[in-house]
Design a binder for this molecule. Structure first.
Ligand code: XIL
Length: 365
């Protein structure tokens, strides 16, 4: 216990002695990533590239590696945008996270149904999953650091999500997907990824899932806590408990889609299920003219609190990825209400780093 504590102090001291970039603050074992959109990875956005090269060492494509864009029609693959991402990352010294192989959202409409619109049989769906994964993972074999193999299979109450995947195959689709990914690239890390991971029943269900996969000899390296957070949700104690619980199952923990919304959330809504939306009301979009200093201060404190937690868990963590670079680019301007102005990321709309970037770096120096 004491030895571990001393060791962690020593690691902290060596890891942070020279931190000048975000990617250094937690030491070399914790990748610092950012999600970029297709325009950004096309290489035409020089301002993004300059910031990314300075502060990050890892990249997640925000959309182009999802199954819809990759296999729009059965057997017809479109790899152009995904190829561009991998080339962009390699040219700029970034590891690539493949996001994501199996997910109920942003899947092509043909994937779960036959020509008449009826659900396909278990056998057909199994083959489709197998083929999608072997083709995609096989294409990038050796060039992808890790894959989000299954995204969002568990509901907030801990039950399995009643998606077409589950309805047709039951929970077996998860193991099937992990095995297929491992076969296609034995060296790639494999992850399960989900949102609202601070909720106790969801946390417990994901831990059960990880244990079961491990008992069955399935490779799983880490679990991603998406971390679409707000100024008030979740309770950070619960969030930290999830890190402990996941680490206790023997996997690494990753923060995979970090952003902190400053906007009011529609009644009772704190999730990230992308198909949900709420009606626009002016009162839900209060900061179109800029962010008041008082809210900016709360935003900064929230990020500093999070980084204190990450520092405490540095041994359990393998990556932190922000879900976008600048506020302009954030998906939260359109989710869960379209047409709002949010400020959830670390770079302003004019590509200037927010003061919190310097404060995070400073606090680890
Ligand atoms: C989001 C993208 O940011 C948007 O551009 C897209 O329109 C919808 O999906 N959980 C995930 C991500 O795993 O893939 C989602 O990304 C956000 C929620």
């Amino acid at each position: 216990m004491i030895r571990n504590f001393l060791l962690s102090l020593l690691c902290a001291a060596t890891a942070t002695a020279s931190a000048q970039h975000l990617r250094d603050v937690l030491g070399g074992d914790v990748l610092m990533g950012v999600a970029l959109n297709q325009w950004q990875t096309s290489g035409q956005d020089a301002r993004t590239t300059a910031i990314v090269r300075e502060h990050f060492n890892c990249l997640t494509p925000e959309n182009v590696m999802k199954s819809g864009p990759l296999q729009p029609a059965e057997g017809v693959f479109d790899f152009q945008a995904a190829d561009d991402v991998v080339a962009y990352a390699e040219a700029n010294g970034l590891q690539v996270i493949g996001h994501c192989l199996v997910w109920h959202s942003q899947a092509p409409s043909w994937f779960f149904t036959d020509g008449t619109g009826k659900p396909v049989s278990a056998e057909v769906l199994r083959e489709r999953i197998q083929k999608h994964i072997s083709t995609v993972v096989g294409r990038y074999r050796g060039r992808i650091h890790g894959w989000d193999v299954v995204n969002e299979a568990i509901e907030d109450d801990g039950s399995f999500r009643r998606s077409p995947l589950y309805n047709i195959l039951g929970e077996d689709f998860i193991e099937l997907a992990f095995r297929a990914a491992h076969e296609a690239d034995p060296d790639a890390e494999l992850y399960y990824n989900d949102y609202s991971m601070a909720l106790p029943r969801k946390r417990e269900a994901v831990c059960r899932l990880v244990r079961r996969l491990k008992e069955r000899g399935v490779r799983i390296d880490a679990v991603g806590m998406q971390s679409h957070l707000s100024l008030t949700h979740p309770d950070l104690h619960e969030y930290e408990t999830t890190m402990d619980s996941l680490a206790a199952t023997g996997v690494k923990v990753m923060v995979t889609e970090l952003d902190v919304s400053v906007l009011p959330s529609p009644w009772g809504f704190n999730g990230a299920e992308v198909s949900q939306s709420f009606e626009y009301k002016k009162a839900m979009n209060p900061y179109t003219e800029g962010l008041p200093d008082s809210v900016q201060a709360r935003f900064e404190e929230r990020y500093l609190d999070l980084f204190r937690i990450y520092a405490r868990h540095r041994q359990d963590l393998s990556r932190i990825t922000f879900w976008g670079l600048t506020d302009e680019q954030s998906w939260l301007n359109g989710f869960p209400i379209k047409g709002r102005t949010d400020y959830p990321l670390l770079w302003n709309r004019d590509y200037r780093a927010k003061p919190v970037v310097g404060r995070i770096i400073e606090s680890f120096r």
